[in-house]
Design a protein around this ligand. Structure first.
Ligand code: HEC
Ligand code: HEC
Length: 422
């Protein structure tokens, strides 16, 4: 007993000494970063279903959205804000410009485009089921959705606005003023703006995927998808992509070889290092969630991977040190397709062949260099071209039907004509 305690005390002293030397060697950690280190998303969400029978296995299902009590005043305000382009400097870009409901919560571009057609830094991740991520953004630099929601508004290449001006114009708008007052006792503030937007993102939770139903013992999957799941586990993909979101719960380095390190260095990409300033965080990213991943091509933080098959093959090489067989790639791809919400079963991406998707992504490649054919064009035009170029007529018609049929997407298509969705 005493021996064990003694050893522990020694070990404690030793790590304290290490901590002190570490603290001296690197930049002092600011209070903001301390808070960041100890915060982990929104507890009711990231701990959801913790008592499910499968909670101690690799995966657990997402509980129904109804089990997260929503304040309807906040949620409705969040919906209005999310679809309101006047939150951007020139009134052209809303959250839904990049996170389109009917596209699986993304824009289909390799790198996002904000106001003035400006090229952003990274690929747009989906907002569907993002509420279950322990941190937000590819590099996990925002500790929850409230903190995340303000960033795009002030990001110079996304919505490019000034926060105090945004708050002033919300305050000056009688309708917003009333909605804020109903939802929050202290009315229009930056914290309430972030909180309301995060309520909308939380509302973008989808639980109707075949895999979620399988985890709830409500149905089985195809033989190929089950084979893919076994390979996903056996190859070790599950060591990073696990839990309620098959990812979204840890940080991992992405540049395990010279080529990827070089590629990212050339892009000026630093990963979490840009937030933490700690050398060990260079090119470290949050493991992305995999729900609806079949809908969200192109892939990776830089949108450099056109198809799901490519993403799986590259993961094999990059993260588990294997050259995957075509059979494994196809089986894992069938497994990952079972993570798509049935809500998207008629959506654009599920109707485009890999070949069409690849063309759509390749066509954007000159973007990276800052010149190229997309320069100066506005985002909506670009989307239309992409849809027309990559899709057949009947796809277009189907898309239009879908846009009318689903409430969220209907609002998306309205957004350019509506300033305020209320
Ligand atoms: C110009 C396109 C664009 C606009 C406008 C935009 N986003 Fe994003 N969104 C992105 C990109 C790109 C990222 C990833 C950025 C990064 O990781 O550095 C992102 C990340 C996110 C994430 C994190 C998801 C995850 O898995 O980490 C959420 C949530 C989100 N955005 C919500 C919003 C909200 C709310 C708004 C409006 C206030 C908004 N976005 C406006 C492109 C956009
Ligand atoms: C060591 C942790 C780790 C392992 C193991 C791992 N991944 Fe990943 N995975 C990541 C990270 C980190 C990313 C983000 C990469 C990036 O953005 O550059 C990612 C991205 C992905 C993506 C693209 C997601 C998107 O939205 O762009 C897919 C698909 C994927 N992984 C599947 C797999 C498969 C299949 C395996 C097994 C062969 C696997 N992963 C093994 C950490 C891991």
């Amino acid at each position: 007993m005493t021996h064990v305690t003694g050893t522990r005390a020694l070990a404690g002293l030793f790590s304290a000494a290490l901590l002190i030397t570490g603290a001296q060697a690197s930049e002092p950690v600011d209070a903001d970063y301390q808070a960041f280190l100890s915060a982990l998303g929104d507890a009711p969400w990231i701990n959801a279903n913790a008592d499910h029978p499968s909670a101690n296995e690799a995966y657990r299902p997402i509980p129904p959205l109804a089990s997260f009590p929503a304040d309807t005043a906040k949620r409705d305000l969040g919906f209005a804000l999310f679809h309101d382009a006047s939150l951007s400097r020139d009134g052209t870009v809303g959250c839904n410009t990049c996170h389109m409901g009917m596209m699986g919560g993304i824009d289909g571009l390799s790198i996002a485009r904000g106001i003035d057609g400006e090229l952003g830094q990274r690929n747009t991740p989906t907002i569907f089921n993002a509420a279950f991520n322990f941190r937000q953004f590819w590099d996990g630099r925002a500790f929850n959705l409230d903190a995340q929601s303000i960033e795009p508004i002030v990001n110079p290449v996304e919505m490019g606005h000034d926060l105090s001006q945004v708050l002033a114009s919300l305050q000056a708008d009688p309708s917003y003023q009333a909605m804020f007052a109903e939802a929050y006792p202290d009315g229009v503030t930056a914290a309430n703006l972030g909180n309301a937007l995060s309520q909308h993102t939380k509302d973008m939770t989808r639980t109707d995927s075949p895999f979620n139903a399988y985890l709830n013992d409500e149905r089985t999957l195809s033989e190929q998808a089950l084979r893919g799941k076994d390979r996903f586990n056996a190859l070790g993909c599950v060591s990073c992509h696990n839990g309620i979101n098959l990812g979204g719960n840890s940080y991992q380095p992405v540049a395990s070889n010279f080529n990827t390190s070089l590629q990212y260095a050339l892009q000026g990409e630093e990963g979490l290092y840009a937030r933490s300033g700690r050398e060990q965080d260079r090119l470290v990213f949050k493991v992305p969630q995999l729900h609806n991943v079949g809908m969200t091509a192109p892939y990776y933080h830089d949108g450099s991977v056109p198809t799901l098959q490519d993403a799986i093959r590259r993961m094999g090489a990059q993260e588990v040190g294997r050259t995957l067989s075509d059979e494994d790639v196809n089986d894992i791809s069938a497994f990952l397709a079972s993570l798509s919400s049935e809500f998207f079963s008629g959506s654009m991406h599920s109707m485009m062949s890999d070949h069409e998707l690849e063309d759509a992504v390749r066509n954007q490649m000159p973007d990276r260099m800052g010149g190229g054919m997309m320069e100066g064009e506005n985002h909506q035009q670009h989307m239309q071209q992409m849809m027309q170029g990559g899709m057949h007529q009947e796809h277009m018609q189907h898309m239009q039907q879908m846009m009318r049929a689903t409430p969220d997407s209907a609002a998306d298509s309205d957004a350019s004509t509506h300033q305020h969705a209320h």
